[in-house]
Design a protein. Sequence first.
Length: 61
Amino acid sequence: MFSNGQLIFGILFAAVFAIIIFAAYRKDVKLHRKYYKGSVWVLIAFIAFILMIAAIKFVFV
């Protein structure tokens, strides 16, 4: 399906991309803690809402 060169490029690209994203996150972690302090609760509420919709679908269908 893919040539050896394409597979090597894909693996190297994914690895380098992940390293760059991780380094950028580590650099900005203090700002994230300061400005996005309550965002965990938004995530929990969103997941709870999706689970509630799924529960309603399986109970009433």
